[in-house]
Design a protein around this ligand. Structure first.
Ligand code: B12
Length: 680
């Protein structure tokens, strides 16, 4: 009987480092897919031993330790893990010169010259794979012993004659159901077993590809335009796997969720599983574009089942020339306005993305766009994203960058609201556009400061009430109102301190600093600059001084503009806004006697209605006791951080009635909550 000599298996290492979001890590889906594909199609799969993947940021040394028994190690490179991948690979190669190092993922250059340069800059890497990875991953494993890399499509390497070889790309897999699911094939079972204490988030991919060609986006390239679908039955089984494994947060990888008829069934399946199993609790998607009805229906379903806490109506720019130069067609302003109205009427909060520094955008065109978007009903949040140059996108092309005069800065990549003490140094960088030929560097700074200022004053709601009042009653643009808090502040210590803080931060980013502000004191997190300043004002005792100075500059502005405002209206609007700001350590509701129906006008405007101004006593109670924060940390987390996207920074109004207490409709007195009375 032929004695089975246990041939030493080929030891395969896998690295896909993900960030910690909250206290969860993503299951390493890309590397899991590749492993599942290889296990299915390798002629002798048992000759390979796949090690547990490195899925989170650990020190380079301990990662190299863990991989030091491997014969070949595959690295999955994205913007957020590219540098640590390079460090681990370099350290590993130093220790074990015969280990084969392979890099794949969106950070690997696809153009032959850029790919060759990347390999020559990192000689410790043996192979790179560009584009879809399943086939090259398989072929590399099949040929690892002979190192016959020429047999691996979509792979590049430097051969023995020191020539760079760029193997032809493999065709994209059309019937992607050929790729087994890592969830259903048990690829992650060993990981879940090995780290029982870990909390996992999951990715769900229901299709691949994107028909749009936005120049700043990795998807935008023609090579990825055809959309191929995974089978519905498989997707439903993956959703069941996610529910069974109690995974709370799922991010859908699809570029345009809602584009396909069946997406509604997938959405219903996720909602049904949440109801049945309690998981997933949240499901994040990137909406399809240009279909009001589909977007609305899908998002209403997610909102009603609590799977999403707000809808991103991403626009990126409102400047037609810019949209043309970035090859993006937006949902029309009409569709946007209708959607906005439908969501507002259904109490579904929306927020929008705009990118700073896009081609053909100027300080004026951008800030007018912001003002216009607000005036078309976006009162919750506009997320202002700095333009990042991503590998393998239209914008990565040098000629494109020269055409629009891009000025680039290597900026440290730290996602906002992530912890300062991530294990293992986070040393990831992104190329940010900090100036263009239509928005020179000084204008980029002005634009960046404008965005933080309007975020602080309008979306963090410090002055949203007076701003909306002046906009609604006197047609003053939100852009102009924000402008007076940036310039001409000589007599205003607090306001000029805020404006110069934002200016310094913008200059810091241009010099390579991170996009956000580190605070050990406040939850040990990276904070967007506007939220950081909001906290500083609220927790640092500067709020009264801020409002006094705000009243000074707004009154001066009203006078200069010659606006006929009734006496006391602006004062009342400003100080009522102060009373509405959610604060930690509040014990009592606030009863307010006002002289104008300012709250009615304000709430009317938030819901798209124009209410005329009336004078007369209005009493109302600000509910400061339903939600209370007895620790600064609770307030920081629940109000500033979690409330950010929805702009949930104001208290609710319990009751308001005209004239003095309306007889029987006297305000409701809560036995346990004393009440402060204020006369404005
Ligand atoms: C899920 C996701 C996220 C998740 C994170 C997921 C995670 N793993 O940690 C979240 C929401 C946190 C996120 C955030 C961001 N993301 Co994101 N995200 C995605 C998304 C939608 C799916 C990625 C994915 O897993 N797809 C499924 C896999 C199977 O597809 P794939 O990535 O294309 O992988 C294939 C190939 O690349 C290849 N491959 C991949 N790895 C390897 C390894 C080897 C060895 C081989 C051979 C092949 C190979 O084979 C795979 C299968 O064919 C992609 C868009 C997309 N659809 O790809 C954007 C994407 C990856 N994100 C992107 C960006 C820029 C970001 C942000 C930086 C944006 C920002 N400024 O905030 C942040 C950064 C957050 C951070 N961590 O710092 C860019 C990345 C570009 C790049 N060069 O890395 C993408 C491509 C979107 C885009 N529009 O361009 N993102």
């Amino acid at each position: 009987m032929h004695k089975q000599t246990s041939k030493r298996k080929i030891q395969v290492g896998l690295v896909q480092v993900g960030e910690r979001f909250g206290n969860e890590y993503y299951l390493p889906y890309s590397i899991g897919l590749l492993q599942a594909y290889a296990r299915k199609y390798l002629p002798l799969p048992d000759e390979y031993n796949f090690h547990l993947p490195v899925y989170k940021r650990i020190s380079v040394e301990s990662a190299a330790d863990r991989l030091s028994n491997c014969d070949i190690v595959f690295f999955s490179s994205y913007l957020w893990n590219h540098n640590i991948n390079l460090k681990i690979a370099g350290a590993l190669k130093n220790r074990k010169t015969d280990v084969v190092i392979v890099f794949g993922g969106p950070m690997v250059p696809e153009a032959p010259d850029a790919a060759e340069k990347f390999l020559r800059d990192h000689l410790f890497i043996d192979l790179i794979c560009y584009g879809e990875g399943e086939v090259p991953f398989l072929k590399i494993l099949e040929n690892v012993q002979q190192k016959a890399w020429e047999k691996a499509p979509s792979a590049g390497f430097i051969n023995k004659e020191n020539h760079y070889v760029h193997n032809p790309r493999s065709e994209r897999i059309k019937d992607i159901d050929e790729i087994p699911s890592p969830y259903l094939e048990g690829v992650f079972d060993a990981l879940l077993k090995a780290y029982p204490e870990e909390r996992w988030s999951a990715l769900l991919e229901t299709n691949r590809g994107c028909p749009y060609t936005c120049a700043y986006c990795y998807w935008g390239k023609k090579t990825r335009s055809r959309v191929y679908q995974f089978g519905k039955e498989r997707i439903f089984r993956e959703i069941d796997w996610i529910s069974r494994n109690k995974i709370k947060f799922v991010f859908c990888c699809d570029a345009n969720f809602g584009m396909l008829e069946r997406d509604r069934e997938i959405a219903e399946k996720v909602a049904a599983n949440k109801k049945l199993y309690g998981c997933p609790e949240a499901f994040s998607v990137q909406n399809t574009k240009n279909s009001t009805k589909k977007i609305f229906e899908m998002q209403k379903l997610f909102n009603d089942s609590g799977l999403q806490k707000g809808v991103n109506l991403a626009l990126q720019s409102l400047n037609e020339m810019t949209l043309k130069s970035i090859d993006r067609s937006n949902i029309s302003n009409e569709v946007y306005r209708d959607l906005q109205k439908m969501f507002t009427e259904n109490n579904i909060p929306t927020f929008s993305d705009l990118i700073i520094g896009l081609p053909d955008e100027t300080y004026d065109s951008f800030t007018r766009g912001v003002s216009g978007l607000i005036e078309s009903g976006q009162h919750n949040r506009i997320q202002f994203i700095n333009l990042t140059i991503l590998e393998n996108t239209g914008m990565a092309d040098r000629e494109y960058q020269e055409r629009y005069g891009f000025v680039l800065a290597d900026s440290r990549l730290v996602p906002h609201h992530t912890s300062l003490d991530e294990k293992g140094e986070r040393d990831e960088f992104q190329k940010l556009v900090v100036g263009t030929n239509t928005m020179p560097e000084e204008d980029w700074i002005k634009t960046r400061v404008f965005c933080w200022m309007i975020s602080l004053l309008y979306f963090n709601k410090l002055l949203q009430l007076p701003f909306l009042l002046l906009n609604s009653l006197y047609l003053v643009s939100i852009r102009e109102l924000t402008g007076i808090f940036i310039k001409g502040l000589d007599e205003c210590g607090k306001l000029s301190e805020i404006a110069s803080f934002f200016t310094r931060k913008a200059v810091d980013i241009q010099k390579g600093g991170s996009e956000h502000i580190a605070s050990e004191e406040w939850l040990n997190l990276w904070w967007p600059a506007d939220e950081y300043m909001f906290i500083k004002l609220c927790a640092g005792g500067g709020l009264n001084e801020f409002y006094r100075e705000a009243e000074f500059v707004l009154s001066r502005f009203v006078k200069e503009k010659g606006l006929e405002m009734p006496d006391g209206l602006l004062h009342e609007a400003i100080w009522t806004n102060k009373d509405l700001i959610k604060q930690p350590f509040t014990e009592t509701d606030l009863e307010v006697a006002a002289h104008f129906n300012i709250l009615e006008i304000y709430h009317g405007k938030l819901n798209g209605a124009d209410i005329p101004l009336t004078e007369g006593l209005v009493n109302y109670i600000i509910d400061r006791t339903s939600d209370r924060w007895s620790s600064l940390d609770d307030w920081l987390r629940e109000v500033v951080w979690y409330g950010s996207k929805r702009g949930a920074y104001h208290y609710n109004i319990l009751l308001s009635c005209r004239g003095n207490f309306c007889g029987s409709a006297a305000p409701v007195r809560r036995p346990d909550s004393g009440k402060e009375k204020v006369k404005i």
